[in-house]
Structures are given as C-alpha cells and as structure tokens.
Write a protein that binds this ligand. Structure first.
Ligand code: 4NP
Length: 161
C-alpha cells in the first residue's frame, strides 16, 4: 500500500542491518520521541543482504550505543523492493554501495526519487559515507554513532520544515 496519510515514513538501509541502519533507526526514533512526534512517523531499517535475518543488532554496536542511551531493539530483515519502495517516503542509505544496490532494484523513477544518502543530512560533520564498522575496532562503532547522531538531527530538522 502506498503511503497517503500524514505520516512520514523513513527506512534506513545498510548492508547487514545489524550495525549501522538499526543504530540510525534507534537514534532517529529517540529524537522523534523526544519531540513528541511519534504518531507522525513510521521508522524502520533493513539490509541489502539477508544473512542476518531475525538477528538482533551486533553486540558491539549495541554496547557502544547503550553508552549513549540508545537501545537497539530491531531485528534484522532484508530490503524488499516490492513492499519497501511503496511503503516508505525516505529510503536512506549508509554508503555508496548501498545506494548502487538500491538503484539496481528500483522499478521506476518514483522509486529512484526516494533514495538518499545518510551523510547528506550531516550538519556538523563532513563525511560522505557512514563507514562499515563490522570488521574494525571500537573507534569504528564510535564514529558510526557520531555521524548518525549528527545526521539524524539534520534529517529531523529537514523533515519538520
Ligand atoms: P552493517 O554492517 O551493514 O552496518 O549492518 C555489516 C554487518 C554484517 C556484514 C557486513 C556489514 N556481513 O558481511 O555479514
């Protein structure tokens, strides 16, 4: 079903849906909730691969997020082009590889017009990608949180305008 009501629907995308996009989902939900706007948003995340389907977010990502009071509750699921392109207004990807994958699955111009890069909403940081932290150390998870806090603020401000 296409979204025709006043709800803004946002889907965050990364590769595995266990590190970056579930973190974006949790941070954005918290910012929306802090402003009392829960009933105006539907917020979800998904991955370009289904390898981790049904799993909670990576334990390292959850630990780093919880130090900043973000609780990651979502379960991994793969992106479904036949449902998600219709259901979401904003489909926001973490890196260029995600964007390429999404473009290759787009069915038409309307689908393509929904694609965005997370870092395009940064206000204080100058990154063009949210780097995959999966094979790295603690600094990578902290950097993901830094970039996502900044870009989620920018995203909410933009949608509110
Ligand atoms: P994410 O990180 O895309 O931020 O969830 C990854 C998680 C798992 C894999 C790659 C990236 N993986 O290849 O399993």
């Amino acid at each position: 079903m296409e979204n025709h009501n006043d709800t803004t629907t946002v889907l965050f995308i990364c590769l595995g849906n266990i590190c970056r996009s579930p973190t974006a989902e949790a941070i954005f939900k918290k910012y929306v909730s802090d402003e009392g706007l829960d009933d105006q948003f539907e917020i979800d995340s998904a991955g370009m691969i289904g390898n981790h389907e049904g799993s909670r977010a990576d334990g390292r990502m959850r630990k780093h997020a919880e130090k900043r009071d973000f609780v990651l509750e979502s379960l991994s699921r793969p992106f479904d082009k036949d449902v998600d392109f219709d259901r979401f207004d904003y489909i926001i990807a973490m890196d260029g590889s995600n964007i390429s994958d999404l473009k290759s699955r787009a069915r038409n111009e309307a689908d393509l017009s929904k694609l965005h890069r997370m870092t395009d909403y940064c206000v204080g940081f100058d990154y063009d990608t949210v780097p995959d932290p999966y094979y790295g150390g603690a600094e990578g998870f902290e950097l993901v949180l830094d970039i996502l806090e900044d870009s989620c603020k920018g995203l909410l401000d933009k949608i509110k305008k």
